[in-house]
Design a binder for this molecule. Structure first.
Ligand code: UD2
Ligand code: MN
Length: 580
């Protein structure tokens, strides 16, 4: 049962019949019982980091291969084992403030130990993998801007606690110009307890997470860098499975599976439910995950073997540091947040590398419902994420960038800045076309999101009689589409009618409900056509299937009614919107 990687997986049946010899390296219990041991600094000898009883340090012995499974210690207390923290009404009320400030429940977080135990969320098979014990050392780079103290430090503690010490070069915190007090002096003092294992670099001005990560990579000492968000908890044996593919081939970037951590209760929400997913995108370049295609499933021998993925969520991944820098790191023109995962993914794949997702590496991440921080001096400089995406589309997507502009027509006219350095890099590295990438790597994108036909018309769809009133879905699907005052800013008032009759707002489609009232729905998967037709001569929006026209009702709702080209309530016109 050798895998293509030369890694061995003990099959579960065999394990049940005759339990394997205790795997090397062995894990010591905890530093708590070992604090007297000297840090010898040599492989094969017990090694202890820090004299703080709360920090658990794994010990090791050298072997050619090892199973790295850690003894799981049970603990008691709020949030232990990933169980939800329940707050009293009073506490929950107080928690609202922290929530607005950071996007998480601060009261709940502060109640939970920085060393809390978490459940093992991996597929059961993972316990039986053997990995090489000679693995490269890693710098864990954590970019942060005004993050909550306890979640940031819990991230650091989890890495220290659940990473074999001899594989951890350092945890490198990179402060992206935070201005909140506990992060300043107190943090410098706090990290002293890690005795040099945790470093801190501070930006002299706000750089955004993307340049901040590059700064981290440049300052890192490890052979491999692992990027981590500042509100994560790494899982059991998270690191060796990510390193093994990189040892095989340094141009492989590896990605862990991301479990959810609830922003209110801090409960751990396992992502693995028997199915594997990989990262793709729709044509607006919104990130999507899709079930692993059959081709990729069957290419592997074992369910939990790493598999290829076109892209990833962005935050958490391991990459050979030199390779990352040879690829130019991230495009330095990308600002604050967003799009960087496509830049790096397209670059890696098109320029000869690859991305693998690793089912046996799990890391919890707190998703928040909104961005709690501002954009700094870019706040009034336009749509940052769209400009980032435009840079990526212009450099890497060749003729396919057109589908992005069809889906986001306002972006075509945004100024994306100087791209000559990025284009020169692409030429120097002799990178393949985006068509090659779409056909050989991201082939599941068009199965779900077919190439888009051109827009026949797009803009605000306003009433001819009352030109200040526009079609509006007010939010994402499912929702009603009705009329409200035009704001000229696009968003939920930006409609696109394509040449195949699909009428869309963002990535969603306009449809009718059983009462023939207009509503916004999830577009039928794999379809780009629809029932709509705009009749220029009469300015009516006609629904083909029903042969009826959209009419505005007195209460500002929109319904399909019998077409009447004399009715002012049925007249509509597309009008331009501002780009931001
Ligand atoms: C996701 C990624 C995130 C990043 C982003 C797109 C995951 C789990 N998260 O959004 O890593 O790829 O998509 O760009 O895949 N930060 C700074 N400076 C800033 C803004 C943020 O250092 O100007 C830090 C922030 O404190 C955090 C990290 O960057 O540690 C990621 O930011 P986020 O958590 O707000 O992004 P997220 O998870 O919504
Ligand atoms: Mn995050």
């Amino acid at each position: 049962n050798e895998t293509g990687d030369g890694l061995k997986l003990k099959e579960r049946l065999a394990v049940v019949r005759s339990p394997p010899k205790p795997a090397a390296p062995h894990w010591a219990k905890t530093a708590d019982t070992q604090v007297e041991a000297e840090d010898s600094g040599e492989i094969g000898k017990p090694k202890v980091h820090g004299k703080y009883a709360s920090i658990k340090v794994p010990l090791f012995t050298e072997e050619e291969e090892g199973n790295f499974e850690e003894k799981q210690e049970r603990r008691q207390g709020p949030g232990e084992e990933g169980v939800a923290v329940n707050l009293s009404k009073e506490e929950a009320r107080k928690a609202q403030r922290g929530n607005r400030e950071y996007g998480f429940n601060q009261i709940a977080s502060d109640m939970i130990s920085l060393d809390r135990a978490i459940p093992d969320t991996r597929p059961p098979e993972c316990k039986h993998w053997q990995y090489p014990t000679k693995l490269p050392k890693v710098s864990v780079v954590i970019a942060f801007h005004n993050e909550m103290w306890s979640t940031l430090l819990r991230t650091v503690h989890s890495v220290i606690n659940r990473t074999p010490a001899y594989l951890l070069e350092e945890v490198l915190l990179v402060d992206d110009f935070s201005d909140k007090e506990p992060l300043k002096q107190a943090l410098d003092e706090y990290i002293l307890k890690f005795e040099g294992k945790v470093g801190l670099v501070r930006n002299a001005e706000r750089e955004g997470l993307i340049r901040t990560r590059s700064i981290g990579a440049k300052n890192a000492k490890g052979e491999v860098v692992f990027f981590l968000d500042a509100h994560c908890e790494v899982g059991y044996n998270w690191l060796p499975p990510l390193l093994a593919p990189i040892v095989r081939d340094r141009t492989i970037m590896t990605v862990p599976v991301i479990d959810g951590i609830d922003s209110e209760t801090f409960a751990i929400q396992p992502q693995y439910q028997g199915k594997l997913f990989r990262g793709i995108f729709e044509w607006g370049l919104l990130y999507k995950e899709t079930e692993l295609p059959e081709k990729e499933k069957t290419r592997r021998k074992h369910e939990t073997e790493p598999y290829k993925s076109p892209t990833h969520a962005g935050g958490l991944f391991a990459i050979n540091r030199q390779y990352f820098l040879q690829l130019g790191g991230y495009d330095e023109g990308l600002e604050i947040w967003g799009g960087e995962q496509y830049e790096l993914s397209f670059k890696i794949w098109q320029c000869g590398g690859s991305i693998e997702w690793v089912p046996c590496s799990h890391i919890g991440h707190i998703y928040r419902g909104f961005m709690p921080y501002g954009l700094g001096k870019l706040a009034n400089k336009g749509p940052v994420v769209s400009i980032n995406l435009k840079r990526v589309a212009e450099v890497w997507m060749d003729e396919y960038k057109e589908y992005y502009y069809i889906r986001e027509p306002l972006v075509r006219h945004l100024e994306a800045g100087d791209l000559s350095k990025q284009k020169a890099l692409r030429a120097d590295l002799n990178c393949k076309s985006f068509k090659w990438y779409m056909e050989n790597v991201a082939y599941d994108v068009v199965e779900q999101y077919p190439l888009l036909p051109a827009n026949e018309l797009w803009g605000e769809l306003r009433s001819v009689r009352d030109t200040w009133m526009c079609w509006d879905s007010h939010g994402d699907a499912p929702s009603k589409v009705d009329v409200s005052p035009c704001h000229h800013a696009g968003h939920h008032q930006l409609l696109r009618l394509n040449t195949e009759g699909q009428l869309a707002i963002g990535e969603r489609c306009v449809d009718i409900d059983s009462q023939r009232r207009l509503q916004l729905i999830y577009c039928p998967m794999g379809r780009v056509d629809g029932p709509w037709q705009y009749v220029k001569s009469t300015q009516q929006m006609k629904h083909g299937d029903k042969g009826k026209c959209v009419e505005r009702q007195p209460e500002e709702t929109l319904f399909l009614k019998t077409c009447d080209n004399q009715s002012e309530r049925q007249k509509w016109e597309f009008a331009p919107v501002k780009s931001h």
